[in-house]
Design a protein around this ligand. Structure first.
Ligand code: ADP
Ligand code: GLC
Length: 518
C-alpha cells in the first residue's frame, strides 16, 4: 500500500475505559427532523489527526454542512489521538470479529472543541498504534494497511445501510481519498438499500495499492477486481480505483484539478477510468476555516490586524525575524513556505532559487518535513546564510500560523496541487501567494499583467526559470511600487474563501443524486 504524507500529530494513550452504551438522545439530537443524512468516511480530522489538508477539510466541511441543515457525521478509525479527543463517548455496537480484527466496536462521540458528531471504529489490533496513521516506525506502510482500511470501508457500508446504529442510516456516504475507497465498493454489494455514494479525490498520487495476496482477505467478490471498471490496476488492486469506479459520483477539490486528472500528464495512470466517468466528475473548490485562519482574531500571532490596519502586520514580521535569527528589518521582504517537503510541492525549486532570492533581497523562512535529502539541503542552506534563510524541520501548527502572519510572500511552487490550502491562508492574511499555475492554485491565485486586480504571483510550467521570473516580478513590485503591493494585499484579503459556497455545491450534488431515484 502506498500511504500519504508526512509525520502526523497523532499522540495519546492507547488505554481507554470501557465506554457506557451511547445514549439514544445524543445521536438523535443531530437528526430530529428528517434532514439529509451524510456520512463522511475519512482517516483525519484536525486537530486530532492531520498529516495535511485532508484533516483541515474534515474539520470544516461537516460544520459548514450542519449550518446548511445537513445532518453530517464522520466515520473515523479509532487511532489513539481520535479516541483521546472524543467527548461524550458511548458504545453503539459490538461487531465482534471482522476483516481479521478480533474485536471491532463502533463508538459514538463528539470531536472535542468543534463538537462534530463522529462514529469511530474501535479495532485496537488495527488502529491503536502511535505515530503516523499510515506508516510504521520504519517510515514504511504498515504491512496490513489493506485490511486496516478495508475494515473502515466495511463498517462504513453497514453503518450507512442502518445495520450498526438502530436509529441512524445515511442517505449519502461521502468517502475521502484512498483510505475510504472501499466504502463505495462494499456499498455497491447491496444497491437495493438505497444509499448514494460520493468519492472525493484529495490527491490522486496516493492510490492505496494492494497485492494480489491481499485480495482474498478483503471480502471482495471476484467481479469487483475486473480491470476496466473494477479495482484491478496493472496486476495490483487499488483502493483509489475502487472509489473511482464504484461511486455514484466523483468529486475533487478544485475545478482545474478535475480537468487535469483526466489527462495523461495529471491522471497518475487513472485517467482512463476518470475520462470514462467524466460526466459524473465535479471539481468543488475547498474552503478554509475562516474562524481558525483569521488575522484579526488569530490567538497564535503576535499582532492581530485586518484590512484597515495593515500596518500592524509588520510587527509579526520583525518578531519572527528576531526569533529566527534573520536580519531584523521591516523593509526586507520575508518569503515563507509551510509544506510537506516532497517532489509534489516543488521545494527543490525553492532550493535552486535561493541564490536569486538573496540577490533580490528576499529572506526565506521555511517550515516543513518530508524527504530526508530536501530536509538536509534546507538545513545546509540555513547554515550557510543564517541571516537570510531560516529553516524549521518538523510539524508545528503554531509556527505555521505565526509564519503566515509574518510573511510578505508565501511560496507554493507545486508541480501539481489538487487544491492547496496555504495559498488561501496567505490570501486571508495578506501574505501574497507565489504559485505555479496548476490545480487549485490556478483557481485561487491570479496575476494579471495588464493592470487588472491581482492577488499574488503566478508562473507556468513548473520550471526554475518561471519561478525566478515570478520572484523578480515580486521584488520589483516590493522595491519600486509599495502601494501597488498593498493594493494586491487588499485584493487578496477582501475575497472570501469560507466553506459556505462549496458546502452548498455539495448539498445540491447530494440532492441531485437522491433525485435520480424519484
Ligand atoms: P497537502 O494536504 O498536500 O499537504 P495542503 O496545502 O492542502 O497540502 O494542506 C497542508 C496543511 O498542512 C496546511 O494546513 C498547512 O498549514 C499544514 N502544514 C504542512 N506542513 C506543515 C508543517 N510542517 N507544520 C505545520 N503545518 C503544516
Ligand atoms: C491533498 C492535496 C491538497 C489539498 C488537500 C485537501 O492533500 O495535496 O492540494 O488541498 O488534499 O483537499
Amino acid at each position: 500500500m502506498n500511504a500519504t504524507h508526512t509525520p502526523s500529530s497523532t499522540s495519546g494513550s492507547t488505554q481507554m475505559a470501557e465506554p457506557p452504551p451511547a445514549r439514544l438522545w445524543d445521536r438523535n439530537e443531530h437528526a430530529p427532523d428528517g434532514r439529509l443524512r451524510v456520512l463522511h468516511v475519512a482517516t483525519e480530522v484536525y486537530p486530532l489527526v492531520k498529516t495535511g489538508g485532508l484533516g483541515d477539510i474534515l474539520a470544516a466541511l461537516p460544520v459548514a454542512q450542519q449550518a446548511q441543515g445537513v445532518d453530517a457525521r464522520l466515520l473515523l478509525p479509532g487511532f489513539p489521538a481520535i479516541l483521546d479527543g472524543l467527548d461524550d463517548v458511548g458504545l453503539v455496537a459490538d461487531l465482534g470479529s471482522l476483516m481479521g480484527a478480533a474485536r471491532v466496536r463502533v463508538l459514538w462521540g463528539r470531536i472535542r472543541g468543534s463538537g462534530i458528531p463522529a462514529y469511530v471504529v474501535d479495532a485496537p489490533w488495527y488502529y491503536r498504534r502511535e505515530g503516523n496513521p499510515y506508516l510504521g516506525p520504519d517510515n514504511r506502510d504498515w504491512p496490513d494497511n489493506a485490511r486496516r482500511f478495508a475494515l473502515l470501508g466495511k463498517v462504513a457500508a453497514h453503518l450507512a445501510w442502518g445495520d450498526v446504529d438502530p436509529i441512524w442510516k445515511a442517505d449519502v456516504l461521502h468517502a475521502h481519498d484512498w483510505h475510504a475507497g472501499l466504502a463505495p465498493v462494499y456499498l455497491s454489494q447491496n444497491p437495493v438499500r438505497r444509499v448514494r455514494s460520493v468519492f472525493s479525490v484529495h490527491n490522486l498520487a496516493y492510490q492505496g495499492l494492494f497485492s494480489p495476496d491481499d485480495w482474498a482477505t478483503l471480502a471482495l467478490e471476484p467481479w469487483m477486481l475486473r480491470p476496466m471498471y473494477g479495482l484491478e490496476y496493472h496486476g495490483w488492486g487499488s483502493f483509489m480505483k475502487g472509489g473511482l469506479a464504484f461511486s455514484d459520483w466523483l468529486s475533487t477539490v478544485s475545478p482545474r484539478y478535475a480537468y487535469e486528472i483526466t489527462t495523461p500528464e495529471g491522471g497518475a495512470g487513472m485517467q482512463g477510468v476518470l475520462l470514462e466517468r467524466r460526466e459524473r466528475l465535479s471539481g468543488i473548490l475547498n474552503g478554509i476555516d475562516e474562524t481558525v485562519w483569521d488575522p484579526q482574531t488569530d490567538p497564535l500571532i503576535s499582532a492581530n490586524y485586518g484590512i484597515h490596519d495593515l500596518g500592524r502586520k509588520v510587527e509579526n514580521k520583525t518578531r519572527m525575524q528576531q526569533e529566527l535569527g534573520l536580519t531584523v528589518d521591516p523593509n526586507r521582504m520575508l518569503a515563507v513556505m509551510i509544506s510537506r517537503l516532497t517532489n509534489q510541492k516543488g521545494a527543490d525549486l525553492v532550493l535552486q532559487a535561493l541564490p536569486k532570492m538573496r540577490e533580490l533581497g528576499i529572506q526565506l523562512a521555511l517550515l516543513g518535513s518530508g524527504d530526508a535529502h530536501l530536509q538536509d539541503a534546507f538545513r545546509k542552506a540555513a547554515e550557510e546564510a543564517p541571516d537570510q534563510v531560516a529553516v524549521c524541520i518538523g510539524y508545528d501548527e503554531r509556527l505555521a500560523h505565526r509564519l503566515i502572519g509574518a510573511g510578505d510572500l508565501i511560496l507554493v511552487p507545486s508541480r501539481f496541487e489538487p487544491c492547496g490550502l496555504t495559498q488561501m491562508y496567505g490570501l486571508r492574511y495578506g501574505t501574497l501567494p507565489l504559485v505555479c499555475k496548476v490545480g487549485g492554485l490556478a483557481d485561487t491565485v491570479t496575476e494579471y499583467l495588464d493592470g487588472q486586480p491581482s492577488n499574488g504571483f503566478v508562473f507556468q510550467g513548473g520550471q526554475i526559470s518561471g519561478l525566478i521570473d515570478a520572484l523578480e516580478r515580486a521584488a520589483a513590485l516590493w522595491w519600486h511600487d509599495r502601494s501597488g503591493w498593498e493594493w494586491r494585499m487588499r485584493t487578496a484579503m477582501e475575497a472570501r474563501h469560507g466553506w459556505g459556497p462549496s458546502a452548498a455545491e455539495y448539498l445540491s450534488l447530494y440532492q441531485r443524486l437522491l433525485g435520480e431515484w424519484q
